[in-house]
Design a protein. Sequence first.
Length: 135
Amino acid sequence: MKIDYRDGLLFTSITLVHGGHRILIPDVVLDTGAVHSLISIDAVDEWFQRYEPDDQLIFMHGLGGSEAAVRRRVESVQFDTFSAQPFDMDFASLREHPGINGLIGLDILIPGQFVIDLKHFEVHARYRGIGERSQ
């Protein structure tokens, strides 16, 4: 899967399914320093017209301090060859970071056994052959 290097970050896309609705979310950053993946609540605003009974309020902690987020179980998450059903995804406001719709963290990168190829700007599952590139 191709990744786009811009502004010092690695961008790609991810697909989420919830309530029977599939959304492709572009401009998501590959972040090997994030334990949990995070999606901008604005990228899925139609899903947040109301809160769901199983939604959890959580606090994320990082170098920038602490931020509140909503952890919601979605029907599925799909990233390249990785798919998980159901999946607990964090949603928060990213308005302070225009152009970024989320982060793909280690909760997806590790179980998917992804390799980030910085020569060809691709991300792929480990089981692909060395030197085998996306079409």
